[in-house]
Design a protein around this ligand. Structure first.
Ligand code: ZN
Length: 278
């Protein structure tokens, strides 16, 4: 397993961690100043802005872009809604290409009939993959904790995401379609070890935060690494054993705590926890 201590350049920061309190130009400076190696911006910070200039600022700051966050749901309740989502996703992929993002993150959506919406997801991802190939950006499906099966994602385990990738893309040496391992979403999975091992080179990104006890809000009360119950070093060891050697990305949705703190303070604590608790 790699050593993170004193290696912030192996780590990335997902901009959601700051709660969008400042424009991306400032966030880029802050993340670079703290010595991190990469950043994961959101569409709300990019769309309608000068993407070329932002991309240049990121590059000039010495940062890479891990993921571009995130897709529209593939599961709109009407054909028109699903078509509009596909269009928005294709446009977002162009933005991801401009940013040189390693992948475009897919949060797939859900619905009442899970069998039906899973098929919609599969059809949508397969269609988007063609555009992804054209612009040279990988797609990363993010399985979400089953607590989100009702409102955000009908893909809830690594094994499920991997099976989807394999059905769509088949066995390939260099996959364009893969998945994200976010510890917050997968720590509970009884098949964690075998699923991560099987995912191998389809693991495109690795997200860390912590599951607080008690958790007040499953969406926006995520914890700083070390403040909750997830065995983060253990999961990192599993993904690195499976061959993952890219960035360890911090992504913390925390409306009542971290989003209220100044960015430099959050950066300082993230560094310390990445060095010692991940
Ligand atoms: Zn995530």
């Amino acid at each position: 397993m790699r050593t993170l201590k004193n290696h912030p350049e192996l780590c990335a920061v997902n901009t959601a961690t700051f709660g969008f309190q400042a424009p991306l130009t400032k966030v880029i400076d802050e993340v670079a100043r703290a010595g991190f190696g990469a950043i994961a911006p959101w569409r709300r910070e990019i769309e309608g802005q000068d993407v070329k200039a932002l991309s240049k600022q990121i590059r000039d700051a010495g940062l890479k872009v891990t993921g571009y966050c995130r897709s529209e749901y593939f599961t709109g309740s009407t054909k028109i809604a699903r078509k509009a989502a596909m269009k928005a996703n294709a446009k977002a992929l162009d933005g991801a290409a401009e940013l040189n993002a390693a992948y475009f993150a897919l949060v797939v959506g859900t619905g009442r009939n899970l069998n039906l919406v899973r098929q919609q997801v599969e059809d949508g991802v397969a269609e988007l993959l063609e555009h992804a190939r054209e612009v040279g950006v990988k797609l990363a499906v993010e399985p979400l904790h089953p607590v989100y099966a009702a409102d955000r994602a009908c893909i809830n385990t690594i094994a499920q995401a991997l099976a989807l990738c394999q059905r769509i893309e088949g066995k390939v040496k260099k996959p364009m379609l893969g998945l994200l391992v976010d510890c917050y979403h997968v720590w509970w999975d009884p098949a964690l070890e075998s699923s991560i091992a099987a995912a191998g080179n389809r693991i495109l990104g690795f997200h860390v935060s912590d599951w607080l006890m008690p958790v007040r809000d499953v969406l926006n009360d995520r914890g700083m690494m070390g403040d909750g119950i997830i065995d983060l070093p253990y999961i990192r060891e599993l993904v690195e054993k499976a061959g993952y050697n890219s960035f360890v990305e911090v992504e913390i949705f925390s409306s009542e705590n971290w989003w209220k703190r100044p960015m430099d303070e959050t950066c300082r604590v993230m560094r310390e926890r990445l060095f010692t608790r991940v």
